[in-house]
Design a protein around this ligand. Structure first.
Ligand SMILES: Nc1ncnc2c1ncn2[C@@H]1O[C@H](COP(=O)(O)OP(=O)(O)OP(=O)(O)O)[C@@H](O)[C@H]1O
Ligand SMILES: Nc1nc2c(ncn2[C@@H]2O[C@H](COP(=O)(O)O)[C@@H](O)[C@H]2O)c(=O)[nH]1
Length: 190
């Protein structure tokens, strides 16, 4: 059986990765979503096992030690990582899986999965990005400032990606990503 596609969706904090992924899951019910582990505190309404596997720093370090993560990164003071077994098993079952992760982690995945599809989600502008992250109301101003300064560095690494998709409108951004996935399935793989 052919393996599934590994799709990595990155982009700066607040660009709309989570929003786009949620919409894609409705539109493409066969697309599997990788739930990450993190050492950050849950936000109001976030559920363990749904949004993230919430871990203490010690538990997260243990996952690293036991080689349970496909990739991980420390991002603005917290650890984030992709549980390895679930991704490998899903691909073996011939199902497509999407990872919603930041740029350092995406580059590590690229070293291991050259055949992965790397998509960078861009904001229409940096002002709009700041407006979105502020409008979400989940981060302190200091965290927003940190995330905005990382955003500029992240956008500077866009050349490592296969596709750039502007999230100007959710519907359009999803259509662009759906088209990418469909086209990748039609590709002649050598
Ligand atoms: N196309 C869009 N137009 C306007 N607002 C949007 C759009 N896409 C997402 N948003 C809003 O922007 C905010 C940030 O979106 P979201 O949480 O999905 O970003 P994210 O990239 O997943 O962030 P993080 O990396 O911090 O988890 C949310 O309030 C969301 O409703
Ligand atoms: N390298 C990884 N980055 C991840 C993973 N899961 C999420 N993320 C990214 O972290 C930032 C911050 O997320 P937030 O939920 O605190 O706003 C964001 O860019 C996520 O995409 C992961 O497993 N590995």
């Amino acid at each position: 059986m052919a393996k599934g596609l590994l799709i990595v969706l990155s982009g700066p904090s607040g660009v709309g990765k989570g929003t786009v992924c949620n919409e894609l899951r409705t539109r493409m019910p066969d697309l599997v979503y990788s739930v990450s582990a993190t050492s950050r505190q849950p936000r109001l309404g976030e559920e363990h096992g749904v949004n993230y596997f919430f871990k203490s720093r010690e538990q997260f370090l243990e996952m690293i030690e036991n080689d349970q993560l496909l990739e991980y990164a420390e991002y603005v003071g917290n650890y984030y990582g992709t549980p390895r077994d679930f991704v490998e098993q899903t691909l073996e079952e011939g199902k497509d899986i999407i990872l919603e992760i930041e740029v350092q982690g995406a580059l590590k995945v690229k070293e291991k999965f050259k055949e992965g599809i790397f998509v960078f989600l861009l904001p229409p502008s940096l002002d709009e990005l700041k407006g979105r992250i502020q409008g979400r109301g989940t981060e302190s101003q200091a965290t927003i400032d940190n995330r905005m300064s990382v955003a500029a560095q992240e956008i500077g690494l866009i050349e490592n990606y296969d596709y750039a998709v502007v999230n100007d409108e959710i519907d359009l951004a999803c259509k662009r990503i759906e088209s990418i996935i469909i086209a990748e399935h039609c590709k002649v793989r050598k």
